[in-house]
Design a protein around this ligand. Structure first.
Ligand code: ATP
Ligand code: MG
Length: 702
């Protein structure tokens, strides 16, 4: 597709104009073109997009006396029929690319397997027959409670093939967390393993699945993948319910390895994804087939540099952002590694559906990054010649803690790496620089992708670039144009747009904190909250209902160039004497101090000023030599210097561990509750619940 006539190459990372900003028609046309060109449709769609999210209209009171409103309805590519699994696997085989490696799997104990697209096609066919044998049909829910192993992807695609709605649950979740998802989805089948490899040992997991299914639920069968038993004898000791449970290898022993893919409507649900639960009880968001896969395919190609290059008048080259096709040479050479657990939305989009729909090779790794040592990721990057390394700030910070000066000089070869990516939280500039320097060799693209379970795919991100071709010149602040902006998610990808606005929806001034909204959404936006459409309305659409904007729930600010910095949750914003401060900014400043490894800052109510900030920090060796009072003094002074006196924390509490969700996000709401001695809210998503008790003890003795 040709670039618009007024397209300029002014900024190598953030081109303008974004087609979303040209007109609504152009934007919808853009997505229609992407959908037609990138996906294989059994029946073409007739209508690109219909929305109805004007001001919600009251429907009166419900039985509990709560006023009900009309819920926004979003539809993309109506009339179209497709099969998502066919698009991710079969069509590549039919195109003669069956020998291309789809998955490079590495297990935690070191077992490895390369799976081609042709092999993946067979395994998905078998798993599909297996599910069908158990009566799984279109619209049924299937909960997939597995670690990062090929079967997780295979079952996900098998569900998509049938049209059964999958919901992946992190393999490290407890029976309670699993129970909530089994019951909330009303799943018919649960898939699990006998045991899991975790930090060098084998832990039983089937027992969690059994526990999760003891209450009221609709589970008819549990499929068990033998991941750790290995022999008939060992399998015999796995707890078993004869009529309900079935071994995966027995289920598929005699089924064919081909399967005719049925067609589904573009708006049929594909999956339910539960949010990380950072701000409260997780929400089960529903994503649909055609829209989700379109935006996933496009953004994966855009952000991971699969689009063909075009040359500008000044000789610079950059990816053609509006291309509806990929560059075959780029697809051939990419080795993608998204380190997220497959159950997170990050992995759904950029580890399951994105890489596969685009036909690239990707690495999946079962274990934790520090098993057996913290060098595991470095080894994987080198072994598979990874080109794209997409990970999370929490992981980068822990690598940085283990290797402050980077990996041992000369020990690993990272020359294959072309692109680094971060997602999940704002990345503090320290961690950004560490990754850029020590893994990226000061010479890689860096995409800081801001998005959510709700948006289904990346909303804001810098674009990949070839440093060789980046144009000269400077930003208004004097920084060279070839430099990226650490910790900045920059701006919306083509086809959607965002604004940073105040409570009323008016734009905020440059540098001032406001709310980020998606004012023009794309086809991968979640359609509802499973079983709770009212929560969908209340959480996202009601606030700016009249304008039809999606309230993301994060604070943000823009710089003079219109680039957006994400400043954390609205709920976490600290309002001190009318000054709105971002927890993330204070945390980022704390981490630059030599005494601090990690920081979690939370708002505490204050009669005089509204809020005060309290900082929880984990300490480096240097920090451990200081007394509580000394620490408070040096860190308060540091914050005063870095941000200003208004941001000085009321208190600094040194702790061993900061509470985080399973996806690595700091749960600041729990820090506030702990400090204020209030009842603790939902804890089901925590990875380190024990940190709460430890912190409570520290506070009591503080
Ligand atoms: P809940 O909605 O239940 O509180 P959650 O918002 O943590 O949970 P996710 O959808 O997994 O659940 O996470 C999305 C959120 O993660 C974003 O709203 C944002 O706060 C944060 N986030 C993700 N990527 C980035 C990024 N690159 N920069 C800053 N924040 C990010
Ligand atoms: Mg959220």
């Amino acid at each position: 597709m040709a670039l618009p006539a007024d397209f300029t190459f002014s900024d190598p990372f953030n081109p303008t104009p974004n087609p979303a900003l040209i007109s609504d028609e152009a934007r919808i046309q853009f997505w229609g073109d992407q959908a037609r060109a990138r996906l294989t449709w059994g029946v073409p769609f007739t209508e690109e997009n219909t929305h109805s999210f004007k001001k919600p209209v009251s429907l009166g009171l419900d039985a509990d006396g709560v006023e009900q409103f009309t819920i926004p309805k979003i539809k993309w590519f109506e009339g179209g029929k497709l099969n998502v699994a066919y698009n991710c696997v079969d069509r590549h085989v039919e195109a003669g690319r069956g020998n291309k490696t789809a998955l490079l799997f590495e297990g935690e104990p070191g077992d490895r397997e390369a799976i081609s697209y042709a092999e993946l096609q067979k395994r998905v066919a078998k798993a599909t027959h297996g599910l069908e044998k158990l009566g799984v049909a279109k619209g049924d829910r299937v909960v997939i409670y597995l670690p990062v192993i090929p079967e997780t992807i295979i079952f996900t695609l098998a569900c998509a093939r049938i049209g059964a709605i999958h919901s992946l649950v992190f393999g490290g979740f407890s029976a309670e967390a699993l129970r909530f998802r089994v019951e909330d989805t009303g799943a018919k089948v649960l898939i699990t393993t006998d045991g899991q490899n975790r930090r060098g040992s084998v832990v039983p997991v089937k027992v969690n699945a059994d526990d999760a299914c003891t209450g009221e639920n609709k589970i008819e069968h549990i499929i068990v993948v033998d991941r750790t038993a290995g022999t008939a004898e060992a399998r015999a000791s796995v707890p078993w319910a004869q009529d309900r449970d079935v071994w995966y290898h027995e289920l598929i022993a005699n089924v064919p390895d081909t399967h005719e893919a049925p067609l589904h409507d573009a708006e049929d649900p594909l999956f339910i994804i539960y949010t990380s639960g950072t701000t409260g009880k997780p929400k089960g968001l529903v994503h649909t087939m055609g829209g989700y896969l379109t935006q996933t395919a496009y953004t994966h190609a855009l952000l991971y540099d699969l689009l063909p290059d075009v040359e500008g008048e000044d000789g610079t080259r950059r990816p053609d952002e509006l291309s509806t096709v990929n560059d075959p040479a780029k697809v051939e050479s990419a080795v993608h590694w998204c380190t997220a657990d497959l159950a997170w939305v990050t992995a759904h989009t950029y580890e399951i559906y994105g890489p596969l729909v685009n036909g690239v090779t990707e690495v999946i790794y079962e274990g934790t990054p520090n098993t057996p040592t913290f060098e595991r990721h470095f080894e994987i990057l080198e072994r598979y010649k990874v080109t794209n390394y997409y990970t999370a700030p929490t992981l980068i910070r822990s690598l940085m803690g283990a290797f402050p000066q980077g990996p041992q000089a000369g020990k690993f070869d990272f020359s294959s790496i072309k692109l680094l990516g971060s997602v999940g939280e704002s990345i503090n500039p320290e961690a950004w620089h560490w990754l850029y320097t020590h893994i990226g060799g000061n010479n890689a693209s860096f995409i800081d992708t801001w998005w959510q379970s709700e948006t289904g795919s990346t909303v804001c991100s810098p674009r990949p670039h070839d440093p060789q071709f980046a144009p000269a010149g400077t930003y208004p602040d004097g920084a060279p144009r070839t430099s990226l902006k650490p910790g900045c998610a920059t701006r919306a990808v083509p086809g959607i747009s965002t604004r940073v606005v105040d409570e009323k929806g008016d734009p905020v001034e440059t540098g001032t904190q406001g709310f980020i909204v998606v004012d023009k959404i794309g086809p991968s936006m979640a359609r509802t909250v499973w079983g709770n459409p009212q929560r969908y309305l209340d959480s996202y659409w009601k606030h700016y209902g009249e304008r039809g904007w999606f309230l993301a729930g994060d604070g943000a600010k823009q710089d003079a160039e219109g680039d957006t910095y994400i400043l954390g949750r609205i709920d976490d914003v600290i309002n001190i004497s009318g000054h709105r401060l971002s927890t993330i900014e204070i945390e980022s400043a704390l981490i630059t101090h030599e005494t601090v490894i990690e920081a979690g800052v939370c708002p505490i109510e204050d009669e005089l000023t509204g809020h005060q900030a309290v900082a929880f920090v984990t300490l480096s060796k240097a920090g451990n030599t200081l007394s509580t009072q000394e620490l408070k003094t040096v860190l308060s002074e540091h914050i005063r210097h870095e941000i200003g006196p208004i941001a000085k924390p009321k208190d600094v509490v040194a702790v061993a561990d900061i509470p985080k969700t399973r996806s690595g996000k700091i749960t600041r709401r729990l820090l506030s509750q702990l400090y204020e001695g209030k009842a603790l809210g939902d804890r089901s998503s925590l990875q380190n619940e024990e940190a709460l008790d430890a912190i409570a003890r520290v506070i009591a003795a503080h």
